[in-house]
Design a protein around this ligand. Structure first.
Ligand SMILES: [Fe+2]
Length: 312
């Protein structure tokens, strides 16, 4: 198998992938090809393949490294331990059968509120509303870093962001907050943020372990900067998020059923538009672990007991 890449039209990054079959066991060569494609394009949209079963999807994503127990972290049953099933489908009691996929999410990267954050995420559309549902937006935060002046690099290099699930909703706009509030009425009561709300530490200037490329690792989960006054940190974080999400480095993915989007969680941040929660929107999500983010003491891979988790 050899994959074919076509740059996404009207986007500054990303590529459409053909010839990749996630239902098949990935060989070392395929993993290397996909990783090389991710290194070049940061985000890959896989289309035209046979839909993988749950077990096949776990086997495929697992070929890229240890996976989070995404299906167990949130207190609601998922098809497998590794697959986080995000859905607006409701049960006979009228509550969503999984973590919601209709509620808006602010800019984030997956699992950065844990000591071991995500390295790459595999997000697949299983069922969508008639209008396709809300888009998922991605920003290229390698470009965000590289477009900053050297003086800013010097200022940011070595700073440590404190990532926490708590308070990230402050980055939603007014309409999104209204949609999020409405979502609470149908939220599954079993939904939990596992392990409490212990914050995690990650560098603001985040170097990819393979490529050495540096990303601006800032998003709505960054609640502070180590050693900084909270107001000064808030102000800088806000400025950096605005910079990182400048429309010139943002791509909004309009989902089609079966799309599998694979993205680099270091080099991108993403957010989700709200969807009509009276229609079913179901996604399968898996993430590999970033077992070393370059910070001494922050490389623990105990993921199911620490931090407050939020699905993506
Ligand atoms: Fe996410």
């Amino acid at each position: 198998m050899s994959i074919k890449l076509r740059k996404l039209p009207d986007a500054s990054f990303g590529a459409i992938v053909e010839g990749l079959e996630p239902s098949e066991t990935p060989t070392e060569e395929i993993v290397a090809e996909v990783r090389a494609a991710l290194a070049e394009h940061v985000l890959l949209v896989v289309r035209g393949h046979r839909p993988p079963s749950d077990a096949e999807l776990v086997r495929f994503a697992g070929g890229f490294g240890p996976l989070f127990d995404g299906g167990e972290l949130f207190g609601i049953a998922s098809p497998t331990r590794e697959i986080l099933r995000l859905t607006s489908e409701r049960n006979e009691l009228g509550v969503e059968t999984g973590p919601s996929s209709a509620t808006p999410l602010p800019w984030h990267t997956d699992y950065s509120y844990l000591p071991c954050a995500a390295r790459e995420t595999f997000l697949e559309a299983v069922q969508l509303p008639a209008d396709g549902g809300g888009r998922t937006w991605f920003a290229d935060v390698y470009d965000a870093w590289e477009s900053l002046a050297q003086t800013i690099h010097d200022r940011l290099d070595g700073l440590v962001g404190i990532h926490s699930i708590k308070g990230s909703g402050r980055h939603l706009n007014r309409d999104e907050r209204r949609a999020a509030r409405a979502g609470r009425e149908v939220k599954n009561p079993d939904f939990t943020y596992p392990g409490g709300r212990v914050p995690a530490r990650h560098p603001l200037a985040h170097r990819h372990p393979d490529t050495g490329r540096i990303a601006l690792y800032v998003n709505s989960l960054v609640a502070g900067i180590e050693g900084w006054d909270p107001d000064d940190a808030d102000s800088l974080i806000e400025d950096l998020i605005v910079h990182a999400t400048d429309e010139g480095r943002v791509y909004g993915h309009a989902w089609e059923v079966g799309d599998l989007v694979i993205f680099d969680d270091i080099g991108t941040i993403h957010r989700r538009d709200p969807s009509d929660r009276d229609q079913i929107r179901t996604m399968r999500q898996l993430s590999t672990m970033l077992t070393d983010d370059g910070l001494a003491g922050a490389a623990s891979v105990t993921v199911s007991t620490v931090g407050g988790a939020r699905p993506g």
